[in-house]
Design a binder for this molecule. Structure first.
Ligand code: PAF
Length: 254
């Protein structure tokens, strides 16, 4: 039998599924015979002051979307299935977790690596798909898979965006209509910074201009606007909503 005929591709999620998640499922379908999706709002990746309680949950609608998308298996673990011995962070994130998100959400990546390793052990996929929107998360999980010696291929999926370029996110549901207008500027400021850097403008100058442009657009606070590897990554606040996005720095046309 051909390898792909027996394989399982896995898409871990926290639910409140949107077209971005479905694009991960569609990519998964091209990689393996069957696709499994998990829905679990993981408490250990939220700090006590963060939005664990208010995180959007809509299981009925999620299940309909997954059925329509042709998913073979949906795993809906309860907290005791993932944390039978209490919520200890048993899998520590590696060096990819340094900086960026960790400077503002220090608990986050150990929570992610712990839940993802547990889900991998339970679902036993050959392939797992993660969105590039959480780019640092993708790097952290790839590193975890290597460090733990897991035989799972990690694939990053391109960021799904709305017609204005806003990266799709379950947290976009928190935005008022005025905030949504402002949120749609984030990708434009990001692309401009990436373009400026590719054109060999001074990196610090391009990033500081991007910060100013975001504040001028109406963002309230910027956690970071930084370059890592060949990407520009940012996290910024609009009212109570924290948005993240990133893009590749294009190869210079010069
Ligand atoms: O990206 C997410 O939705 C979550 O961080 C993940 C990978 C499902 C782990 O809870």
């Amino acid at each position: 039998m051909h390898e792909q005929e027996q394989s399982l591709a896995f898409v871990p999620t926290m639910g409140a599924l949107h077209d971005g998640h479905i694009s991960l499922v569609e990519l998964a379908k091209t990689k393996a015979a069957k696709v499994a999706v998990s829905i679990f709002v993981n408490p250990t990746q939220f700090a006590p002051h963060e939005d664990f309680d208010s995180y959007p949950r809509d299981i009925e609608s999620d299940l309909k979307k997954l059925e329509k998308a042709g998913v073979a298996l949906v795993y809906l673990p309860q907290e005791h299935d993932i944390y039978p011995h209490g919520k200890a962070l048993t899998v520590k994130a590696g060096k990819q977790a340094k900086g960026l998100e960790s400077d503002f959400r220090p608990h986050f990546f150990d929570g992610v690596t712990t839940v993802v390793k547990t889900l991998f052990d339970q679902v036993r996929p050959q392939i797992a798909i993660f969105g590039e929107k959480d780019y640092q998360q993708l790097l952290v999980i790839s590193e975890m898979v290597q460090n733990e010696g897991l035989d799972i291929q990690i694939i990053g999926a391109p960021i799904a965006r709305d017609e204005f370029g806003l990266a799709l996110s379950s947290r976009n549901a928190y935005l008022s209509s005025d905030e949504l207008e402002i949120a749609r500027m984030l990708n434009q400021v990001l692309y401009k910074a990436a373009y400026d850097i590719s054109e060999k403008r001074d990196e610090n100058e391009a990033l500081s201009e991007a910060n100013q442009n975001l504040l001028a657009a109406g963002f309230d606070k910027i956690d970071y606007f930084s370059v890592r590897g060949h990407r520009v990554l940012c996290a910024a606040w609009l009212g109570k909503t924290r948005l993240i996005d990133n893009t590749e720095i294009p190869k210079s046309l010069k």
